[in-house]
Ligand binder design. Sequence first.
Ligand SMILES: [Zn+2]
Length: 402
Amino acid sequence: MSQKLKIIRKIMSKEKKGKEKEKEVAKVASKSKTIKEVQKPTSVLTEDAVGFLRNYINTPSAVGFESGGQKLWLDYIKPFVDTHFVDPYGTAVGVINPDAPFKVVIEAHCDEISWFVNYINNEGLIYVKRNGGVDHQIAPAKRVLIHGKKGAVKAVFGWPAIHTRLSNPDNKEPVAKVDNLFLDCGARNKKEVEELGIHIGSVITYEEGFDELANGYYIGRAMDNRIGGFMIAEVARLLKNNKKRLPYGLYIVNAVQEEIGLRGAEMIARRIKPNIAIITDVTHDTQTPMINKIIEGDVACGKGPSPCYGPAVHNKLLKIVEEVAEKNNIPLQMRTVSRSTGTDTDSFAYANDGCPSVLISIPLRYMHTTVEMLHKDDIDSTVQLMYETLLTLSPDTNLSYI
Ligand SMILES: [Zn+2]
C-alpha cells in the first residue's frame, strides 16, 4: 500500500463521506503527490546506464574467467574515477583520490556461476562439473555457450523426452543431477567436439540474458552480483556528476571469484588494506512459494535495500548506514545472518587487522537460476544509500566499539 493511499483511507474512515470531505481527500492526495515527486531522487537508470547493464549481464563472465565482464565494467567506470588497476587474478578497481592515506572501499563481485567441461564421451556428448553454485535442477533443456579455444560454441543440455524417460529399468522419472546432465553441441563423436575447440576445462555459461518484466522488474542470469557491479559504478558516476569531493581515497572494487569462497575479495582486501568497506550483494526475496519466512526472514523486492546484522558486520558502521537511510527516507529491510554473511563482507571484515565492514544487499528472486529478478526501485535506493553513506564518512568517523 502506498503512503498516499494510507492517508486517504485514514481520512475516509474518520469522517465518512460528504462533498466537503471528498474535496479534502483530493487536496491531501494532490499535496502528498507533489511532496513525493519533489522528494523522489532522479533515477540512475538512464538509457545509457541500462544499456550498460544489459550489455554487462549479457557478457559471459564465468568464475575464474571474468575478463570479458571486467573489461566492459572498467570501460564504463573509467570516466568517473582518477585511476584504476587490475590485480593478478582480475579483480578490477577504480580509484578516486589515490594518494589519500585513509581508504574506503565499495565492493561487489563480478563472477558468474557456470559449468566446466569434465568428460567427453565417444558419442560426442559432454559431461560437466560445477564452477560455483550453479543449480542442476534448472539445467535440463537450457541453451548454453561452451567457451573453447576457437571461441564460444552453442550447445544444449539434452534431456529425455516426456514420452521416453520412463523406459528405464526403475520406471521412475529421472532427476537432474550433475552426473546425469550432458551437453549436446551437434558433434557426432569426441573428435568432432575437439575440432570445435572444446576441451576439458572449457567453461560453460547459460545463454539467457537481460530482459524487463511489468511493474519495474528486471530479469537476467548472474544479476548476482553484476547488479552490484552496476550499482557501485553508478555511485561513482553520481559522485562525479555532482562534483562531490571526498576526504579520503575511494576504491570501487569489482572482485572476482566470490562464488567459490569469497576469494577475490580476500586477495584485494590485503592489497588495498582499507579502513572501511561497504559491500553490496544480493539477498533472497522471501515472498514467493516454498520459502519459509520463519527461517529466511521477511524481505520483498521493491521495498528497499536489506542490510544485515551479524558478527562480521560492524555495528557502528551499520548504525551510520541506518541513520543515513532514515535521514533520506530510504526504507530498509533488516535481516540477520548466522555466523558469517556468506558474502565478500567476511573477506573484508577479517582481512588484515580487521576492517569495519557493512553489507547492503538488494532483494532478488530465484537466486542462481537464469531468471534472477529484481526491482528498479531497489537499485535506485541501494545506490542512493551507498552514495549518501559515503558523503557521511570521513577519516574522523568514530567507529570505536568501547
Ligand atoms: Zn551467488
